[in-house]
Design a protein around this ligand. Structure first.
Ligand SMILES: [Cu+2]
Length: 77
């Protein structure tokens, strides 16, 4: 499931649709940051990309649910 592994960190990439500006990015970041084990979030409205770095492999469905909670929809890349 994890796409890449470096050190003990796992990076998981998602595509998010519906984001249009920095506020959208902030909403997604805020929800995803609540997930256990998440250590880094890189989100861009311009590219529609969400990159989550975590200490252990993430439960994709938890990330999808968090993005949904923020008001957008995500898909695992
Ligand atoms: Cu926005």
């Amino acid at each position: 499931m994890p796409s890449t592994k470096g050190n003990d960190m796992t990076t998981t990439i998602f595509t998010v649709t519906g984001m249009t500006c920095g506020h959208c990015e902030g909403s997604v970041r805020s929800e995803v940051s609540k997930l256990d084990g998440v250590s880094g979030i890189d989100v861009s409205a311009a590219s529609g990309r969400l990159v989550v770095t975590s200490e252990s492999p993430l439960d994709d469905s938890a990330v999808l649910a968090a993005v949904d909670e923020a008001g957008y929809s995500a898909a695992r890349v």
